[in-house]
Design a protein around this ligand. Structure first.
Ligand code: KQY
Length: 378
């Protein structure tokens, strides 16, 4: 049995490494709820199976599946993928899974955030979410990692780090009253410092337009490596995404990271705008307590929602008008990695994308450099 720790990662010398650092593997969950996924989740399951197979070419993948779906998942998933029975309320492993942390000697532990389905009873996306909230502890036990139960509501998609002590977050999400209404910005920063081992927080304003997570950073911007960030972008000044991306661009260009470096920012074109079709909406079985999805609703589509694997980048294909440009930019941004394109509209229809359905496990046994503390006055 693994231990539940009463200390914090920072106090114990642990921190969250960058996603671009070496992985031991990747965790995912199997979609099935018919009130979120059209046609009893079958198209989403095929899409997820393609994502899992793409990642499995680079690193070991484990997929958690309900008992009822075990045989379906086993049949659809690549034989390299490990399938394990695990209850959950939906498939967003980024948000319900553990945030892994490492120390200088190569130990790996996990942070188990409190989860309230992106807003609890105030605009949360479904009820109940109790099985989701148990996923991180279960995955950590299977991985043999000790666990920190964090005292705040947070999701993995709401944080990105450079592994050197800098975090990227949005105000829209982390300061939202539907997450931790009693916490000030300073207290949120304190918790991020304690549980991610960061000492510099870069605050962006809003996330992608109409993102039902209340502006997760993982759909808007991420670190490609320390000192380099990519950002979803549109040149269309009349699009509601324009002022959001412009504000993020200005803040990123004004900022420096924990080491005092100015950030280099690469823009990825925004797909679309994309909306849910009448056919897609009609395949979802509405249920009280679950967010309703309607035809014509704008989808929060973004190429930033990719997954960095060992030696690869798995990116969503979303719009034939922009897919090629986005892939080219990602190849330039990650010259040492193979960029693999996977059709991802079916995942987008459920409110997220490839990054949201994955969670990397950092490689253990690596000697690493401890993040620097924030430079004075920085
Ligand atoms: O952005 C993410 N990390 C997850 C998206 C969750 C959408 C829930 N329907």
């Amino acid at each position: 049995m693994t231990r539940a720790l009463a200390t914090t990662p920072a106090a114990d010398g642990f921190w969250m490494p960058g996603e671009f650092e070496p992985h031991a593997g990747c965790w995912m969950l199997w979609p099935e709820r018919p009130d979120n996924w059209r046609e009893a989740a079958r198209p989403a399951q095929h899409a997820l199976a393609r994502v899992a197979a793409a990642i499995a070419a680079f690193e070991p993948v484990t997929v958690g599946v309900s008992a009822a779906q075990y045989q379906v998942a086993r049949a659809l998933l690549d034989e390299r993928v490990r399938v394990t029975e695990m209850s959950h309320d939906d498939c967003w492993m980024r948000d319900v899974g553990p945030t892994f942390v490492v120390d200088a000697r190569g130990a790996v532990r996990g942070v188990d955030w409190r989860f309230n389905a992106w807003g609890g009873l105030q605009h949360g996306l479904y009820f109940p979410w109790d099985q989701d909230d148990l996923v991180a502890a279960k995955a950590l036990e299977i991985e043999g990692c000790d666990r920190y139960r964090a005292p705040i509501i947070n999701e993995g998609g709401a944080i990105h780090v450079d592994g050197e002590g800098t975090a990227l977050v949005t105000e829209e999400c982390l300061l939202n009253v539907n997450r931790n209404p009693l916490l000030s910005r300073e207290r949120v920063e304190g918790y991020l410092g304690d549980y991610l081992g960061v000492s510099k927080i870069i605050w962006l304003g809003k996330g992608v337009f109409n993102d039902e997570t209340d502006g997760h950073i993982d759909n808007l911007a991420c670190f490609a490596r320390p000192g380099e960030v990519c950002l979803t972008w549109t040149d269309n000044k009349r699009d509601p995404q324009y002022p959001i991306s412009l504000d993020a661009w200005e803040r990123l260009n004004d900022e420096s990271d924990v080491r005092g470096r100015r950030l280099k920012v690469t823009r990825l074109p925004m797909p679309g705008p994309l909306v849910m079709s009448a056919k897609e909406a009609s395949g979802i079985i509405a249920r009280e307590g679950t967010k309703t999805r309607t035809a014509g609703e704008r989808l929060a589509a973004s190429y930033v929602n990719f997954y960095i694997a060992n030696g690869g980048v798995v990116m969503p294909l979303l719009d034939s008008r922009t897919d090629r440009v986005a892939a080219r930019r990602l190849k330039q941004l990650f010259p040492g990695r193979r960029v693999v394109r996977v059709p991802a509209r079916e995942i987008l229809l459920g409110g997220g994308n490839i990054h949201c359905v994955t969670q990397q496990v950092p490689a253990g046994g690596l000697r690493r450099r401890r993040p620097s503390a924030r430079a004075a006055g920085g």
